[in-house]
Design a protein around this ligand. Structure first.
Ligand SMILES: *[C@@H]1O[C@H](CO)[C@@H](O)[C@H](O)[C@H]1NC(C)=O
Ligand SMILES: *[C@@H]1O[C@H](CO)[C@@H](O)[C@H](O)[C@H]1NC(C)=O
Length: 277
């Protein structure tokens, strides 16, 4: 038993030593990472875990590097100006480490998706409606009859598409958001990628906005807009019930003048009674 354990420990130690001698991989980021059009300039940043003698930028699966930067501390910046269709590919970077010395593996490939405005934007619709209760299933349909490429669903504030799908025979993709929560509130848009050797995308289509109404549950929970309304009530009716009308205040989350659709008011009321009269 003991020799086996020793062999196992030695084995783990050897694995650990060989890992330590490898130069850790760099990572590549694109700025901007989406919404790049033909003619734009894109900056590619290669982030290094240690100083490097050189850093090289590659097109994915192309053995010849595009550009090299020497003596880099922690980040090398490459600029691609006047983006052409042929630039819409995947990129990787690699470096020569100083301490530990050695050539790193290439970074994970990053896609430079370029918007080609010659393609019409896709259509979009949302059902059942814009304002829904928690846990509702929402369907967003996007269509593109002519070009059929993969359809992508984007949400504002997310740099990558949140879902993608091959359209059906009619060119429509149906995205479902199951049991939505307030985290699903936001603005959605679609685009599609035209097939072929380059990563070309249609422009974004129109947007749809989803607003998930939070549960009124725990009392005194902070709401987006709370106002205290005090009012006098008249004496109760024959059944001892008292009625009062509350003024609905529509909270606005948009800057003045930009809201096109009024939001439904939600009223939380706290009622104090003095018991039966
Ligand atoms: C939402 O979809 C799931 C899966 O299809 C289904 O089980 C569930 O009943 C649906 N919920 C509502 C509220 O329709
Ligand atoms: C969504 O589209 C409408 C109408 O096309 C536009 O007025 C509005 O500014 C858009 N919203 C966002 C967040 O882009």
């Amino acid at each position: 038993m003991a020799p086996m354990a020793a062999a196992l420990i030695l084995g783990l130690w050897l694995v650990a030593v060989s890992r330590a001698q490898q130069v850790p991989r760099p990572s590549l980021s694109l700025h901007p990472s989406q919404g790049v059009s033909l003619g734009d300039t894109v900056t590619l940043q290669c982030h290094l875990p240690q100083p490097a003698a050189w850093v090289r930028l590659y097109r994915y699966q192309n053995p010849t590097y595009i550009e090299q930067k020497d003596n880099v501390q922690d980040m090398a910046e490459f600029s691609l100006a006047g983006i052409k269709q042929a630039d819409a590919v995947r990129y990787q970077c690699q470096y020569q480490g100083l301490e530990p010395a050695g050539t790193s593996e290439k970074s994970d490939p990053m896609e430079l998706v370029v918007t080609d405005h010659r393609y019409p934007p896709p259509g979009i619709s949302l059902s059942p409606r814009e304002y829904v209760k928690m846990e509702t299933n929402i369907t967003i349909q996007c269509w593109n009859q002519e070009y059929r490429g993969t359809i992508f669903l984007h949400k504002d504030g997310h740099s990558a598409p949140i879902q993608h799908q091959e359209p059906d025979g009619g060119g429509t993709a149906t995205f479902t958001l199951f049991g939505v929560t307030s985290a699903d509130s936001g603005t959605y848009r679609c685009s599609y990628r035209v097939g072929g050797s380059y990563l070309l995308s249609s422009p974004f289509g129109d947007n749809v906005t989803l607003e998930v109404i939070p549960r009124p549950a725990p009392p005194r929970a902070t709401s987006r807009s709370s106002e205290t309304v005090q009012f006098q009530v008249s004496p109760g009716d024959s059944e001892g019930l008292t009625y009062a009308q509350l003024q609905a205040v529509t909270p606005s989350t948009h800057p003045p003048g930009t809201s096109t659709t009024p939001e439904p008011p939600i009223i939380y009321a706290e009622v104090g009674t003095q018991g039966p009269r």
